[in-house]
Design a protein around this ligand. Sequence first.
Ligand SMILES: Cc1cc2nc3c(=O)[nH]c(=O)nc-3n(C[C@H](O)[C@H](O)[C@H](O)COP(=O)(O)OP(=O)(O)OC[C@H]3O[C@@H](n4cnc5c(N)ncnc54)[C@H](O)[C@@H]3O)c2cc1C
Length: 409
Amino acid sequence: MLMNTKNIPHAAVIGAGPAGSYTAFHLANQGIKTRVFEEHSQIGLPAHCAGHISIRSLKTLGLYPLQGIIENLFCAANFYSPHGTKFALQLNGPVTAVLNRARFDQYLAEQAQKAGVEFILKSRVQSLFMQNGVVTGIRVKNSKEPERHIDASIVVDAEGISSRLLRQTGLVPLKSSGLVYAVEAEMDNVQDVEGQAVEVYFGSGYAPGFYGWVIPRPDGTAKVGLATDRGDPRIYLKRLMTKHPVASKQLSGAKLISVAYHAISLGGPIPQAYRGGFLAVGDCASQVKPTTGGGVIFGLTAAKEAANVAKQALIKGNVCAAALQPYQKRCDELFGFDFKTMLWLRRFLGVLSDGKLDEMFRVCNRLGVNGALRSVTEIDFQGKMLLSVATKPAMIAALAYFGLLYLQG
Ligand SMILES: Cc1cc2nc3c(=O)[nH]c(=O)nc-3n(C[C@H](O)[C@H](O)[C@H](O)COP(=O)(O)OP(=O)(O)OC[C@H]3O[C@@H](n4cnc5c(N)ncnc54)[C@H](O)[C@@H]3O)c2cc1C
């Protein structure tokens, strides 16, 4: 039974992914009646994400240690160039964690529920209701009832990468040219991997436009995946498993448990993520790292900001676009520089041929870049991370060399 919220400020959140549930949690904590509409019957399923997350960012958000959700911790990564040169990065301590994504999403929803959020499952938001350019409600459909119109003082769109509803507002959606297509598989019996290291494989023959990964767990299972900007990711995964000089050995006896397909947006955040009565958070606003495709931390960070700005606007009884603009400002302040840096890095990687990538790996080994990065504890805010190591001699030389490669490309 839905509550009657006619005269009290109330928010409707679309999607119970991490961005949606976390926005709802913060809205409810600030005393705003909040309902989340999720099209699936279970939160967190079907899962499509590797769930590889920075520990530091989880701590900043107050979401650590996540007992029963974190499956492994990592203090190392092995990167392989297209022709198999290895760049081994060993950090001073654990920097990343791999989460059970379904459990993580369910945990965030449970926290939101405890704060008073109502979750309405099996309910797909079909469209937004708009009056004079301001979003004033949603149209929802579930399998049992006819489509309903639900008023909302504010609508938060956290529908993920499809961003179908966001398009209805007239906001500029994420760039289709920035999309890569990913396959994410659960595998058992993965061999010859270090327990505390993530494996990353580059090369146009295996993952053109992106990279492949193996994220191991202590029990011999692993999350294995890749993304590509062209062709069928399934075919590339098969090739990685059978032809790659390193991955083929690690995965030769692997047993496929499950597989999922999903797109990732690498084009950087949309230019404007708000309008009257409406805020967009997470993948639908393309708040995703252009380098790695990681979107959970940026989505959660933006979610908190969206809830704060929504609350201020609702207190003043004015949710016009100007009242919600501070959300954009905060996001730009928090990650504008990092996104600019990561977009540059993405473009840089995009212009490198396999041969140049091989050369780059050899040069990084020669310069001792791994030593310069040893103290890194931050992998999300990569602009700030690069600044923190940029004065080390190995990094100065490496960055100068990268610049040269970029100009040549
Ligand atoms: C293969 C792969 C690997 C990844 N690995 C990582 C990683 O290691 N680390 C990381 O940080 N990120 C990773 N990502 C990205 C990460 O999955 C996303 O950034 C994150 O899930 C975004 O969260 P979200 O809440 O914005 O969207 P989603 O998690 O996509 O949630 C959107 C929710 O909205 C619901 N929904 C959609 N439309 C409607 C509608 N009309 N009505 C009602 N409900 C609706 C959906 O069912 C879904 O539950 C990966 C992505 C892929 C594809």
